[in-house]
Design a protein around this ligand. Structure first.
Ligand SMILES: Cc1cc2nc3c(=O)[nH]c(=O)nc-3n(C[C@H](O)[C@H](O)[C@H](O)COP(=O)(O)OP(=O)(O)OC[C@H]3O[C@@H](n4cnc5c(N)ncnc54)[C@H](O)[C@@H]3O)c2cc1C
Length: 427
């Protein structure tokens, strides 16, 4: 069993972008080489800026190369919850941004010829409890009436033609969500950023930031110091002690994925005939999809623990057990991959982007970053170009996690996690 992300293992080999000499200055320095950072670098370089991106490890080594590879529709909180907090107009604007984000990914793949299996295969939100299915009925009406988004409700019987499992009580099918091969997408975006003129420096962490009195920043890195007119923090859940302001605002949660051996096209098609992206309605739910080479990828927050090699194996064992509860026909199937990653959550469960003390940032995508990180990279390029209104997340603040002395280590997660797991057991 390999303990590396399937998506990175099956993407074309990456060039080595480490050990490069850092220039003395740049217009824009981007810190972090995930989808947020690469998209910011791409879009700012296309505007003619001299851009340098520094990445602590390799591009895609954070969450961007480790995720479920799903570009799904919808805000990170329910529209009902969003309406309690914001005006209907603001909710609509947020909803549209999340929807447009999937379009932006698709456009980029076409424009830059990124061959990454982008496919609008649709998302099946599956109901774990009968009352979840009733909530989906209301959601379907709300999406159609208030957001012009048509979805399809599938009863338990109808779901059988979409998913070979008796585990769920029905589903809501969104036809606009897309799957892709995120390893190929990250690699392709890095190459596109370079073609646009951005420099990428891997294995070169930013270690300190000083705001200069005459404007701009001095960015200290492991390989030297660079002066920049503008700096973008694109480090999300992998933010380290170099930027403590963000760590006080992010709750970093481990999430884990297993991938089976190749099942063959026929067997894979029996499981999920239309290759939908399946996301269940539990509090601590699962995300399930087929891979382009006919394996099943099965993810979830198996344990409230950080990802590391030993932890990933333990989580993989739990996921395998849960996978065979949902698909008993997969008992005995070999698991070829297991890995984990860290998801950045904000306290109010919506992403945040803006400027703090002259430093730009976008993070806290709460599990919706594949499309939103890509989209927000484009938005930040506009913001840096003097168009703050391009930020769909403007004015949302970025609340601190209200736990005394919190510095980015979410010691409290296992307690909350145990409560929600117990709630999920009651059907
Ligand atoms: C297991 C898992 C499953 C997920 N599934 C999905 C999904 O199916 N769909 C979806 O939309 N979202 C999903 N997500 C969330 C999504 O992957 C993230 O929201 C998104 O990738 C965030 O991108 P990013 O570029 O902001 O951050 P990252 O990709 O995490 O990149 C941050 C980068 O910053 C670098 N860095 C940190 N500190 C420094 C420093 N000081 N100097 C230089 N570099 C630094 C890190 O090394 C890292 O590469 C999932 C996440 C995980 C972990």
């Amino acid at each position: 069993m390999k303990q590396i992300p399937y998506w990175l293992d099956t993407a074309p080999a990456l060039p080595d972008r480490s050990g490069r000499e850092l220039p003395d200055e740049a217009d824009v320095v981007v810190i972090g080489g995930g989808l947020t950072g690469l998209s910011t670098a791409y879009h700012t370089a296309r505007k003619g800026a001299r851009v340098v991106l520094v990445e602590k490890d390799k591009v895609g080594s954070g969450a961007s190369g480790r995720n479920g590879s799903m570009c799904t529709q919808g805000i990170t909180i329910s529209t009902a919850e969003a309406r309690k907090r914001y005006s209907q107009e603001r909710v609509r604007e947020l909803y549209d941004a999340f929807r447009e984000a999937v379009d932006v990914v698709e456009e980029l793949t076409k424009k830059e010829r990124i061959d990454c299996d982008f496919d609008r295969s649709g998302r099946l939100g599956v109901a774990f409890k009968p009352q979840h299915f009733e909530a989906m009925r209301a959601k379907q009406r709300d999406l159609a009436e208030n957001f012009g988004h048509e979805t399809q409700l599938l009863t338990r019987g109808e779901l059988k033609s979409e998913l070979a499992s008796d585990y769920y009580h029905g589903a809501l099918l969104d036809p606009l969500s897309a799957g892709l091969h995120v390893g190929k997408f990250v690699h392709g975006l890095a190459e596109a950023a370079e073609r646009a003129g951005a420099e990428i420096h891997e294995r070169n962490a930013a270690t300190g930031l000083t705001r200069l009195s005459g404007g701009g920043f001095l960015v200290e890195t492991l390989n030297g110091t660079i002066r920049a007119k503008q700096v973008m923090a694109a480090t999300d859940a992998y933010t380290d002690k170099a930027m403590p302001w963000f760590r006080k605002r992010l709750i970093n949660v481990g999430s884990f994925i297993i991938v089976t051996e190749p099942l063959g096209e026929a067997r894979a098609k029996e499981l999920i005939p239309n290759a939908r992206l399946v996301v269940d309605s539990k509090n601590i739910g699962h995300y399930i999809r087929l891979t382009p080479d006919h394996r099943l990828a099965f993810g979830g927050r198996a344990r409230f623990a950080p990802s590391n090699p030993a932890s990933d194996v333990k989580s993989g064992d739990i996921l395998k057990r849960e996978m065979t509860e949902i698909f008993p026909q997969l008992a005995g199937v070999r698991i070829d991959y297991v890995w984990g990653g860290t998801v950045g959550f904000s306290w109010d469960r919506v992403p945040h982007a803006g400027e703090v003390d002259g430093l730009y940032y976008s993070m806290g995508y709460c599990g919706h970053g594949v499309q939103m990180a890509t989209y927000m990279g484009r938005a930040v390029a506009e913001m840096m170009d003097g168009r703050p209104e391009a930020n769909p997340l403007r004015g949302l603040g970025f609340p601190k996690v209200p736990v005394p002395f919190y510095n980015g280590t979410p010691w409290f997660l296992p307690f909350g996690g145990a409560y929600y797991k117990a709630k999920d057991r009651l059907r």
